[in-house]
Ligand binder design. Structure first.
Ligand code: AMP
Length: 592
């Protein structure tokens, strides 16, 4: 397929205001795409050059793109800069400059999508001395041979600002429709996606091997499995009831989730975060331990990496563990404040997937293949059959400075990529507050009044994620709790992703000063969940209710943006409705 055609589809996607329309356009695009192009088309449409865990980041700087536009069109760099100041979008600037250039196009030939993709890939992976000039040259050559519309998308893509707004679930639904004519095959595609985390690979398997290929999809070492997530319930009774009277109860460590893949024969280890970023280089002590302390040819184990003081048996706070998430000084940090991995699951062993096996069997296997007294420990665990036992354990954990507990259904398989009641968390709570924080997606922001006008930032419009509809529904406006530094940071970050109109996957009645692409997550504490006609969270969810849910006295608790969570990992509408019900129950209990 010619890239010009892809660009035409992108142009259509930009003008769309509903998710259903978006699926129709994507379905059409995927139907037209050839088998050997589908993988790259999916990556490109989601703004990527490879699955996210591969860490191929194009991230061209604005200055560099300006130079490429100037070179490609024989214009002065200053003119390009001036235009960019006006348009605020280098993609638009590139489009205008290409349309107006007097230079003859370098080639009359048109690009195929794969050619554009490969060139962009090459730009991203060129490194070392002289690479800056080489990148400018490659981008300039590509632009010089592009049409104005192609140039718009090439530049936005190169800057990491493509922003077509198509989430994973939307892509999967469109793939299902394109290949089978129905949306129902999406569930199977999702299963395959949950065990390989690679949308491009899933799309390619479907197009090349048909539905059978997707049904036969297998876990592969070094392709991260999308993590299982925990539901929440406020009392031990409710947890035990859900788990048929017997549950494994583990400590909940407040560290970084780590999925460790190890291949002993080739001495290869990779570590992935909850968001499936490759974090291998940041945990040298865990890489070493994986090779020494795991007794297997190959395995995938999961645990929480946390700074832990062996001598005092004390856990360090999250802020200290997270210091590891940086590129420099890791080796020194690993000496000064070594991390331990508190392993809680095994997902794969010696070529065999363990996902379908019961928790109890997985845990036994984990304890069999890991010694458990070195850098890799096991999460602390008891089996509880009475609420009292679970409560006592919970109190002990909280006293030890841990976050709470995660109860696990002994009979359940590992449910990749989903929040299910086979894992249930119970966390510390404080009087007069919601028992748990919520993670919200920023969908818009306000410019400040009075003293805040100075910062150009007056608060956020935040949303929860509705898994059923793949939409972001607003739940609150957050106007307090920001430090000056935070306000500056939000302004700077959000300005880059603001948009003139409401994004297609946002459902909202209120109108912020600026909409932003749903991308960033913040952790928020509130006093209460209330019903409100102002917000769309949970509207129509139960019966024909015209009101949604809102937060009372929301305030930011995360120190800025949660780097470890993506928009689709935010608190869901379903969870908010559950929390609302539980809050009522607790209140009734208190009054009694
Ligand atoms: P939350 O982030 O509050 O939804 O809680 C779920 C997270 O708790 C997981 O993603 C893990 O990173 C973390 N966690 C800590 N201890 C455990 C444990 N024993 N089992 C499972 N998850 C745990």
């Amino acid at each position: 397929m010619l890239f010009q055609e892809t660009a035409d589809y992108y142009n259509r996607l930009e003008g769309i205001s509903s998710r259903l329309e978006m699926i129709d356009v994507l379905t059409e695009l995927f139907k037209k795409t050839k088998k050997n192009e589908i993988r790259n088309t999916i990556y490109m449409t989601t703004g990527l050059l490879a699955p996210p865990f591969a860490g191929v980041d194009i991230g061209i700087a604005e200055k560099l793109a300006e130079e490429a536009i100037a070179t490609a069109t024989g214009s002065e760099k200053q003119k390009v800069e001036e235009s960019f100041k006006k348009t605020g979008d280098l993609g638009k600037t590139a489009e205008q400059f290409i349309a107006n250039t007097k230079l003859r196009r370098m080639s009359k030939e048109k690009f195929e999508i794969n050619e554009v993709f490969e060139t962009l890939h090459k730009i991203a992976t060129t490194s070392g001395e002289g690479s800056k000039d080489a990148k400018i040259k490659m981008l300039a050559n590509l632009l010089a041979a592009s049409s104005p519309l192609e140039a718009r998308y090439i530049v936005r893509f190169a800057l990491g600002q493509l922003r077509l707004g198509a989430g994973d679930a939307t892509i999967l639904e469109a793939l299902s429709k394109a290949e089978t004519g129905e949306r129902t095959f999406k569930a199977r595609l999702e299963e395959a996606y949950n065990i390989c985390s690679d949308l491009g690979l899933v799309g390619e398997t479907l197009m090349k091997e048909g539905t059978k290929g997707v049904e036969d999809f297998r876990v592969t070492l070094f392709n991260p499995i999308r993590p299982a997530l925990a539901e929440r319930l406020p009392t031990a009774e409710e947890i035990l009831e859900r788990m048929h009277g017997k549950a494994a109860v583990e400590s909940k460590y407040d560290g970084l989730r780590a999925q460790v893949h190890v291949d002993k024969k080739n001495k290869k280890v990779e570590i992935f975060s909850r968001r499936l970023e490759r974090l291998t280089e940041m945990f040298p002590e865990i890489v070493n331990a994986a090779l020494k302390e795991i007794n297997a040819q190959s395995a995938i184990i999961e645990g929480e990496a946390i700074a832990y003081d062996e001598a005092t048996k004390q856990f360090h706070p999250f802020q200290e563990t997270i210091q590891r998430k940086r590129k420099h000084g890791v080796e020194e940090k690993s000496q000064e404040l070594p991390l331990h991995l508190f392993a809680f699951d095994i997902l794969y062993l010696n070529g065999e997937s363990y996902l379908k096996k019961r928790y109890e069997e997985r845990r036994k296997t984990l304890e069999r293949i890991v010694k458990g007294d070195g850098t890799i420990r096991f999460s602390d665990m008891i089996i509880a059959t009475k609420p009292k036992e679970m409560e006592r354990y919970f109190e002990e954990m909280v006293e030890d400075g841990l976050e709470g507990i995660v109860a696990k259904d002994l009979d359940a398989p590992y449910i990749a990529g989903a929040r299910k009641f086979s894992w249930i968390k119970m966390k510390r709570s404080y009087k007069g507050e919601l028992s748990d924080t919520v993670d919200l997606v920023i969908v818009g922001y306000y410019v400040g009044k009075g003293i805040r006008a100075e910062f150009g930032f007056g608060g956020l419009l935040a949303a929860v994620y509705n898994e059923k509809t793949d939409m972001y529904e607003t739940i609150t406006r957050i106007g307090t709790g920001f430090s000056e530094e935070n306000m500056k940071m939000f302004k700077k970050t959000l300005e880059k992703i603001k948009s003139g109109k409401k994004p297609a996957r946002v459902s909202s009645i209120v109108e912020p000063d600026y909409w932003v692409e749903p991308k960033y997550v913040v952790t928020v504490r509130a006093d209460e969940i209330t019903k409100s006609p102002m917000h769309t969270a949970g509207r129509h969810a139960e019966g024909e209710e015209e009101v949604g849910y809102a937060l009372r006295f929301p305030r930011i608790v995360s120190n800025g943006i949660r780097e470890d969570k993506s928009a689709d990992e935010a608190t869901t509408t379903k969870e908010i409705i559950e929390m609302f019900k539980q809050q009522r129950k607790t209140k009734v209990g208190e009054e009694a």
